[in-house]
Design a protein around this ligand. Structure first.
Ligand code: ATP
Length: 232
């Protein structure tokens, strides 16, 4: 679903990503780990088409990202660390607005509620202004927007940063559930515990290179930590 072939990004003299080769299959939850500046966000940005590679290709479902920008925007959804929503609109109204922007105007109220439910938002919260929401609740609306537009891949940057343990647990469960339904998930994170909990595979990045990938089922929490530290 997501494929990088010799993918590189240079900023002036600095090689932020150095020839990444990677395949993430449908239904995987792939967690990019690594120190600050390792190249995790750069990788996400290249798959999203936000930046242009210096060399190589990022592909989504076999399509090169920059040459197929409109189709890739439909297939891939980005959930940033801070999901930007309209604070005076309710969760349901935000979803209606962003769905309309994505080409689905006038979605029935019940349909909007179903997407929000699939993203884990409690029914009693759906008609409250988003300004009253916690970070985890805003994230759920962000995920509902992605689901409603029919995204096949979800890219998240630091999704558990600033979430309390309960909200982090809920997010882990949600991502695993979505991946079980065929969604491809790629996230950049510093949260090793959550990477083990929600990831099917981890990739450790160092100075612009992917130095190791491992299925999470092969690793205990302590082993993942040791693996991570070995590469720092
Ligand atoms: P963090 O965990 O801090 O988010 P990261 O692994 O996501 O780090 P990137 O944000 O991908 O790292 O950055 C990789 C390298 O590229 C860093 O050295 C960063 O300073 C550099 N970089 C990123 N964006 C730019 C830019 N727009 N201009 C110049 N250098 C950049």
């Amino acid at each position: 679903m997501l494929e990088a072939v010799g993918l590189s990004k240079r900023y002036g003299e600095h090689l932020a990503l150095a020839g990444l080769d990677l395949k993430v299959e449908p239904g995987e939850v792939f967690c990019l780990l690594g120190a600050n500046g390792a190249g995790k966000t750069t990788t996400l940005n290249l798959f999203l088409g936000f930046i242009e590679p210096t060399a190589g290709e990022a592909r989504v479902g076999g399509l090169e990202v920059r040459a197929n920008a409109a189709e890739v925007r439909r297939r891939v959804a980005y959930v940033p660390e801070q999901v930007m929503l309209y604070p005076r609109l309710t969760g349901r109204e935000n979803l209606a607005y962003f769905s309309a922007l994505a080409g689905q105007p006038n979605l029935p109220r019940e349909t909007l509620g179903e997407w929000l439910t699939r993203a884990g938002l409690a029914p009693e919260a759906m008609d409250r202004p988003v300004g009253t929401y916690s970070k985890g609740m805003r994230q759920k609306v962000g995920i509902a927007i992605a689901l409603a537009k029919g995204a096949q891949a979800l890219l998240l940057d630091e999704p558990t940063s600033g979430l309390d343990p309960l909200a982090s647990n809920e997010l882990s469960d949600l991502l695993r559930a979505l991946s079980g339904q065929g969604m491809t998930v790629m996230m950049a994170t510093h949260d090793l515990f959550r990477a083990k909990e929600s990831g099917t595979r981890v990739g450790i990045m160092k100075a612009g290179s992917l130095v190791e990938t491992r299925p999470t089922r092969e690793l205990g929490h302590a082993e993942l930590e040791q693996l991570y530290l070995r590469h720092m």
